[in-house]
Design a protein around this ligand. Structure first.
Ligand SMILES: Nc1ncnc2c1ncn2[C@@H]1O[C@H](COP(=O)(O)OP(=O)(O)OP(=O)(O)O)[C@@H](O)[C@H]1O
Ligand SMILES: [Mg+2]
Length: 259
């Protein structure tokens, strides 16, 4: 199962939500940081704890063009780092710079999409991706097309909904339809989560609350891991991750709850 989180502009919390869901995932999981604007996952929660030698670029260099998809999927594990807090979770760090991001060709994205799509079958690990902001026609669209479910992350504010509406248009263009796409609302604001999803024309997959524990995930702030796990954010993430993971055998949209 491949789950992708993305957003429009306005930084609604894609990276933080990806971490929260990944740490709560009930099965072994491989997370890939595919944000074209530069990967924030490793320098965020794992600040100072991850070297720069492994990641998307090292995998791409090692996964030769003629490598079968199953082998390319297995190779992903060699270019990932194990997350100390959660032995079942590995992270493939993303690009250090936007220049690195631009150097990733469409062919490389296609190969990555195929490998991530094959991860569960080849390695027994589900896959999750932080796709960052969907603001151009470049980048990890092949990965979004390969996804079983795409969670469009949005804040319940006019500014964020406007940005997300633009992302919805791009998603419709690039994917052909919105069958795999749903809205993930982060925090509270002047509008209810149901109103936000309706404005986007998407089903609501879930809500993650505003919580200071977010700073641990986005910026490596200090808080004991136990305290973080008890936080409202991680409790909501655990419940949502359980529903998303359970939807493997059903269609992605059967995990959707009414707003
Ligand atoms: N549930 C939450 N509760 C409180 N703060 C949050 C929450 N989610 C994210 N944040 C905060 O919002 C800010 C942006 O979060 P994050 O980096 O995850 O956004 P993003 O959408 O990945 O941004 P970008 O598009 O720049 O990659 C961070 O300071 C983070 O701590
Ligand atoms: Mg981010």
């Amino acid at each position: 199962m491949l789950t992708v989180l993305a957003s429009g502009k306005a930084a609604p919390g894609v990276t933080t939500s990806t971490w929260a869901l990944a740490l709560s995932w009930p099965r072994p999981l491989l997370v890939a940081d595919c944000d074209l604007a530069g990967g924030d996952m490793a320098p965020g929660m794992l600040a100072g704890r991850v070297g720069v030698d492994r990641g998307l670029l090292s995998w791409s260099a090692a996964a030769r063009h003629d490598l079968p998809v199953a082998a390319a999927a297995t190779l992903l594990a060699e270019h990932a780092v194990q997350v100390p807090e959660q032995p079942q979770l590995s992270l493939i760090p993303g690009f250090a710079t936007t220049t690195q991001g631009s150097s990733f060709t469409n062919r490389a994205w296609e190969r990555l999409a195929a490998a991530l799509g094959r991860s569960a079958a080849s390695t027994g690990r589900d896959a999750m991706v932080d796709a960052g902001r969907l603001v151009t026609d470049r980048g990890c669209w092949p990965v979004l097309r390969a996804a079983d479910q795409v969670l469009l992350t949005v804040r319940p504010s006019v500014r964020s909904v406007h940005a997300a509406q633009d992302a919805v248009q791009r998603l419709r263009q690039e994917l052909g339809d919105l069958a795999t796409v749903s809205a993930l609302v982060v925090g509270t604001g002047p509008y209810s989560a149901g109103e936000v999803a309706k404005a986007l024309g998407l089903p609501l997959v879930g809500v993650l609350p505003e919580d200071r524990a977010a700073a641990v995930l986005s910026d490596g702030a200090r808080l004991s891991y136990k305290a973080m796990q008890r936080s409202a954010l991680m409790r909501a993430a655990t419940s949502l991750a359980g529903r998303l993971a359970a939807s493997t055998e059903r269609s992605a949209h059967s995990a959707v709850v009414a707003g």
